[in-house]
Design a binder for this molecule. Sequence first.
Ligand SMILES: Nc1ncnc2c1ncn2[C@@H]1O[C@H](COP(=O)(O)OP(=O)(O)OP(=O)(O)O)[C@@H](O)[C@H]1O
Ligand SMILES: [Mg+2]
Length: 375
Amino acid sequence: MTARLHTAEFTPTDEAFIEIRNLHHEYEGVTALDSVSLDVRPGEFVTLLGPSGSGKSSLLHILAGLIEPTSGTITIDKRDITRLPPQKREIGLVFQNYALFPHLTARENIRFPHDVRKTADCDATERVAEVLELVELTALADRRPDQLSGGQQQRVAVGRAISSVPKVLLLDEPLGALDRRLRQQLGREIRRVQRETNITTLYVTHDQEEAFTMSDRVVVMNHGEMRQIGSPEEVYTAPRDSFVANFVGEVNQWPAGMTSGTGDTATVDVAGNAGFRARCGQDVHGGDAHLVVIVRPERVWVWHQGDPAPRSDVQLVGSGAIVESTFLGNSRSVVVESERLGRITALLYDGEEPRDPGARVSFGWEARHALVIPE
Ligand SMILES: Nc1ncnc2c1ncn2[C@@H]1O[C@H](COP(=O)(O)OP(=O)(O)OP(=O)(O)O)[C@@H](O)[C@H]1O
Ligand SMILES: [Mg+2]
């Protein structure tokens, strides 16, 4: 088995609105972006998801024209904008620190792009009223930023960014400074505004939940590379490698040795124990290399040791004792210490399973929920 580890395969889209090609960027010897290519469709909401330092902001800043890439090209609506100054790109920008003008009211902040462009007075007034409605700030339009909450300020920032009808909207962790509830609420509002205006949008976050709930597609980045591009569901259920699997959720993971098979019907050794059925990721080929098998906690079944497996398609993988049991509200996280596979985590939902610390249990999973991928 060999594992080919490389950047997510790039397939151009017929109807791309933004075309990013082989973008490379270095800051004095630091590679921030390494041969990045991406197509974004008209009206699509795409999120760049990745750890700190993975190059998300660099990519957004290059798109906005705030920094010039070392090499590569960007086309928006068939026009090469790679060397165009920021103000000519028709891009709306929202950053984490709201950067509103403190001495201007919400209405004046939203009106600002029109004043810069010298839009006809009545057109601007009409558009600003429309945007205030859209971001639900009509009643607060005459307040200054210091008279608004963090979430309201961020809505002014979104309103200002879409006010002059940009071709593309770029948002760099716009919700980072807000608490979880407000993040969820404002995230939904941003998505609603984006759907109503149909502005092609690139969004940056390192929060997996935010990325999943808002996006049509997610780009998982690491070390300046795009590791995987796909729908939230694809990225979660079929991660290409161990980095993506771990970044987009919790996993149980063990070294895997392949004994036979490909695709949906492989037989693997899990941590030296032979003969488990599993599914193979697309980057796993014949040969011999570093592979892992991953199983998400919500796919692990746990039952009283000695009882039969709860379903015929659940394969018995091991046994052990529950060492941790944590109530999470809508579920319970249970950690089993097993002789053969070490610690495994299961997420339990319906209350039938053994869950008390000390209980002797068996555990296992369905073959289709175990995935073999490069480490
Ligand atoms: N002005 C700069 N000068 C030198 N190196 C920089 C500069 N800006 C960013 N970098 C480096 O480039 C890499 C990518 O940084 P970038 O800001 O794009 O990451 P990010 O994914 O946005 O991270 P975060 O989630 O922390 O915002 C990092 O290694 C960073 O240290
Ligand atoms: Mg950043």
